[in-house]
Design a protein around this ligand. Sequence first.
Ligand SMILES: NC(=O)c1ccc[n+]([C@@H]2O[C@H](COP(=O)([O-])OP(=O)(O)OC[C@H]3O[C@@H](n4cnc5c(N)ncnc54)[C@H](O)[C@@H]3O)[C@@H](O)[C@H]2O)c1
Length: 415
Amino acid sequence: MNTNERIGLWIVGAWGGVGTTVAVGLAALQAGLADETGLTSALPEFSDLDLLEWSTLTIGGHEIRETTYRAAAAELHRNSNVFTVELLERVGDRLEQFDRNVRVGTVLNVGPTIESLAADSARATARETAWATVERIGRDLAEFRQNNGLDRVLLVNLASTEPPVPDDRLQALRSLNWDDLERRIRDEQPCPVPASTLYAAAAMLAGCAYINFTPSLGSDLPALDELARRQRVVHCGRDGKTGETLLKSVLAPMFAARNLKVLSWVGHNIFGNLDGRVLDDPVNKATKVRSKDHLLQEILGYSPQTLVTIEYIESLGDWKTAWDHIHFQGFLGTKMAMQFTWQGCDSLLAAPLVLDLVRFSEREWRRGGCGVQAHLAALFKSPMGTTEARFAQQFEMLRAWAADVRRNPQRSDAS
Ligand SMILES: NC(=O)c1ccc[n+]([C@@H]2O[C@H](COP(=O)([O-])OP(=O)(O)OC[C@H]3O[C@@H](n4cnc5c(N)ncnc54)[C@H](O)[C@@H]3O)[C@@H](O)[C@H]2O)c1
């Protein structure tokens, strides 16, 4: 990076599986103990974009459970056989530095399953008013920036998946501008938006960028996009595309291009980490299933029968197995099937994507961009700002953005 800017990465869900792997991964990259395999932003075609360097980043965040990066990483190692003991020893001091920046988050409007994970200190936050929560989050971000001499802070939502907002309420929220939504967050009891949206609003009001790696609502409201533009910060989401859905977005266009009619697409997912425990609640699961399911209709232009299951199988730890069965019809009515099995380590697939999102977002923001970043669609299951669901086309959008950054390192419309 040509500037001397210092960048903060603020993780909501700091000590979760993905949050911990981001911290371990960043510390390893900073210490020269890991290579960049798995990072899209490290591809040669993005090497001349002046993306941020790992050494400029520091981590802080919000949590509702009490642990530390060292303890959370050791647990991931024990349960899922990821990281080496040697690596964890060598990055231990840096993880302790990151721990010092973690603050108590909020459990306001997260639903009973997430609330049940929380320590007493975090449970108490449900009694705060929604606006007091927004202000407290803002103060934590300001303190992080000041204590660490940071020029920019990007907040990434890596917290547990919230229950969906009911459709009628969502529709009403979508019709509001920021001033109206702010008034409602200040005045209305119970608060009309979930915690993820309070974090998004607080981040933007504090002049921070916002990235939603989860399927929770976050900044996916016109009012929040308006706020982002007003505050001249970038935002993007929702739900990192790391495994089964990545394959769907690659394979479904193939069936469409060969005029093969998909009759049904069944995807069974089993895994055993904390995310899986939360998604075992049918209410929280509904948010995730929706995020994994909608793209087939968007890509194919019709709705085959679909089934997505997500089951918590504790012994699997962070290792997810997805088995997909695609039943399709070819020439002369002949029915055929394709099946695939995906066995991925969830946090190790997600963490590099988080770092990519931070790098790409920071670059767009630094050149004067603001508002929703549709060109990051290839990295999300339910991308905001575009209806393009095909992976190859989404990747072309990222390439086109890169070409534009090369031509215009500073945007002409930036104030
Ligand atoms: N491959 C992947 O792992 C992947 C892909 C796409 C999306 N996601 C999403 O990313 C999120 C994180 O995944 P994970 O595997 O790390 O889950 P996790 O359960 O291990 O971590 C979530 C963390 O968030 C904390 N948390 C919950 N609510 C909070 C709140 N309101 N404020 C602050 N902290 C809160 C929890 O205590 C926990 O430590 C989940 O929503 C998941 O669905 C993960």
